[in-house]
Design a protein around this ligand. Structure first.
Ligand SMILES: [Zn+2]
Length: 695
């Protein structure tokens, strides 16, 4: 139940997203790991000199790179910074895992080496067939009536089998962040978003038809007759469509007040009297609690209706599907292939399956990240890098403080409150001070699916064990090699894993303009999250509490509305045939866009300060570009990327981050200093006119 706001959709090391629990990945047999290309910092050869930076800055900064770097067959998005660095980190992690699998030197190496080796052993996986999921399927087959549904879902969850329908876990209380409380919320669908089930457009009708064929095929592979499999697929889609209808939309879920509803256990049970939550909580050893946060109460009312009216056979099909689907990665080749064909190829436009070594490296990182990460940081994150980061973060924090002081729209009272919040920020850089223990996780070298299931139980127990205990402020929500960063509003902390503190984001050999345009903007971005439309609802202690005056909140909203309008006008994918163009959802991406704009501004201020200290000017040139131009080019080049159209459409609905083109152009056209740096004229698209500014 971890909630945090990060710099980019996690698309490299830890495959993220609700539907990615079962990444469908079939390795081409000849795929051998090879060291990937270096991710370079500032790159003049990426620039498209035929483009005018004042007309389309993204095209100018990235045009040549995008033209010369088509999407590799095993990817749906290929980004100059995130993908290249992510591939490099993954390769270095693979070297470690491969060595540990062959010749472990410590008990911890043995553990993660075995986890990786079991995942890679596809000949054993193929030979085992359905054996690993037979106990779960037998349990489902034995369900007699829907009165037994809660106990069955609880038993499946207890053993780490896929148990859908809702999420349950321990979280910080939104209004008293010192408390760890139980929380429950919506889940249970397989497609990337509720709208995939509900939209009446032709494109989604087609996707649903293909989904139905996919579910049917998976049931057939599991041994059902085509007729039975088709009937089961209809049952699955009926339940999932009802759950989608009952679910709150992503934009609403971004509002913390809308997902905060404290219930007593008795009142929660009244929302869904036909589903015995007491039995479920007992099954998974949820511990003792009297109250819990129900993020989506209406969802549970609808769930109750479903339990009451859907026949037991429909439920059996639904649960059976989730066991097969959720285990597909560790089932025989035919399942992995079919899963790839629908979820990666059809939905996202990926041409070839991800090589197994990449997926198994990501899986091992997810399961044992702080075990593998200990050795990874020793090899790849020198203390010097941490010291430079500490200094950069301090500089950016100072600039955000200065920025708050000069905001034209904010009253003095609110400024004081904002400064007080900023003073309480906690910075976490590189890797945790204390590493997690993995003693309670049993890993077997000959049991890939069993390892994944035991890991699921291990992670859940770790989370449930927090109930009623003090919050661990030193805990991390990302593993060390991850190429990403995040802000957590309940902790009021910013977190930068070692994985991102490397070129092209951060390069000790480059001039300050390049580093401030890279890692400087990333730091500023995370800091601004504490003050975006979501983060600003929490105070410095991580509690949901208004600290702006009513008048300032209104002005704040007028300013964020400006960004909503701006980004909603941007196109994510073009129209053709019976498929309309996809636009960005300015409300879904508002927090990220605000963070991009604020981050760009305060990183630029920090650059000015640094140059002044060194007696240099923003107009000094290096290799033909002024410091100001290098700053903006470095920023733009973080976002060079190619993406399949299918994936771009999916992201437009599900990803709170705008695509690279609009992260770049959307931000620079709001910032006066950009227009000056490239001598843009009034009337040109990138000239900051009627621009939006929140921070
Ligand atoms: Zn972000």
């Amino acid at each position: 139940m971890k909630k945090s706001i990060c710099i980019a959709a996690t698309l490299v090391l830890a495959a993220g997203g609700a539907w990615a629990q079962a990444p469908a990945l079939v390795e081409p047999d000849d795929a051998k790991p090879a060291p990937p290309a270096e991710a370079r910092s500032f790159d003049a050869s990426a620039i498209d000199k035929t483009a005018d930076p004042c007309v389309d800055f993204y095209q100018y900064a990235c045009g040549n790179w995008n033209k010369n770097n088509p999407i590799p067959a095993d990817q749906v998005r290929w980004a100059r910074s995130f993908s290249l660095l992510g591939e490099r980190n993954r390769y270095l992690l693979w070297e470690e895992l491969d060595a540990a699998a062959k010749n472990p030197k410590t008990p911890l190496e043995k553990k993660y080496g075995d986890y990786y080796a079991a995942c890679m052993n596809t000949s054993l996986i193929d030979k085992e067939g359905l054996t690993p999921i037979k106990p779960a399927l037998a349990r489902i087959a034995a369900l007699k009536d829907t009165d037994g549904l809660a106990a069955l879902v609880g038993e499946l969850a207890k053993d780490g089998d896929p148990a859908p329908l809702f999420r349950f876990g321990v979280q910080q209380d939104e209004k008293d962040s010192s408390k760890q409380i139980a929380g429950v919320g919506q889940a249970g669908i397989s497609l990337p978003d509720r709208d995939y089930y509900l939209s009446s457009s032709k494109r989604f009708e087609r996707i649903r038809q293909e989904y139905r064929e996919h579910v049917t095929k998976m049931f057939t592979l599991a041994g059902d007759t085509p007729e039975k499999a088709a009937a089961e697929a209809d049952a699955v889609i009926r339940i999932e469509t009802s759950l989608a209808q009952a679910s709150m939309a992503r934009v609403e879920m971004r509002d913390p007040e809308k997902r905060y509803h404290i219930y007593t256990l008795a009142d929660f049970q009244k929302l869904a009297p036909d589903f015995d939550f007491a039995v479920y909580f007992k099954d998974i050893h949820a511990g003792q609690f009297e109250t819990l946060n129900v993020s989506t109460p209406n969802f549970f009312k609808e769930l109750d209706q479903l339990v009451e009216y859907e026949p037991v056979d429909t439920w059996k099909s639904y649960l059976r599907w989730h066991v097969i689907h959720g285990s597909a990665f560790d089932l025989p080749a035919a399942f992995r292939e079919e899963n790839f064909n629908f979820f990666e190829k059809t939905l996202a436009g990926q041409k070839e399956p991800t090589p197994r070594w990449k997926s198994c490296t990501a899986q091992t990182d997810r399961a044992l990240g702080e075990a593998v990460g200990q050795d990874w940081v020793k090899a790849h994150f020198p203390p010097k890098a941490k010291a430079s980061m500490d200094q950069l973060v301090a500089e950016l924090e100072k600039e955000l403080g200065e920025d708050i002081k000069t905001l034209p729209w904010m009253s003095d009272d609110t400024k004081k409150a904002a400064e007080a919040k900023l003073a309480l920020y906690r910075n976490k850089i590189g890797y945790p001070e204390h590493w997690r223990s993995y003693a309670a996780l049993t890993v077997k070298r000959d049991d890939a699916l069993g390892n994944a299931e035991r890991d699921g139980v291990f992670q859940r127990n770790y989370n449930l064990n927090k109930l009623g205990k003090p919050v661990d402020e030193k805990e991390w929500g990302m593993t060390p090699p991850t190429v990403n960063a995040y802000y957590n509003p309940s902790m009021n902390d910013i977190n930068f894993p070692a994985g991102i503190l490397q070129p092209p984001f951060f390069d000790a050999d480059m001039d300050p303009a390049v580093n401030f345009g890279g890692i400087g903007v990333v730091i500023g971005h995370e800091m601004t999250h504490g003050f975006d439309d979501e983060g600003s609802k929490y105070d410095g202690n991580g509690n949901l509490r208004e600290w702006q005056t009513a008048e300032d909140r209104q002005k704040f909203t007028e300013r964020t509305d400006c960004e909503v309008k701006e980004y909603s006008s941007f196109e994510a994918a073009p129209a053709h045939a019976d498929t309309p163009a996809a636009h960005l959802n300015g409300k879904l991406t508002l927090g990220e866009n605000t963070a991009d704009n604020g981050g760009l501004r305060i990183a630029y201020m920090a650059l000015l300060d640094t140059l002044a200290k060194e007696g240099k000017s923003i107009d000094d040139k290096i290799d033909g570009y002024t410091e100001a131009q290098r700053f903006f080019l470095s920023f733009g080049q973080v976002w060079c990327q190619n993406q399949t159209e299918q994936s771009a459409r999916q992201s437009a609905m599900t990803d709170p981050h705008s695509p690279g083109r609009w992260r770049t152009n959307g931000s620079v056209q709001n910032f006066d200093e950009f227009g000056k740096a490239f001598s843009c004229n009034r009337g040109q698209p990138m000239y900051p006119e009627n621009s939006c500014r929140v921070w």
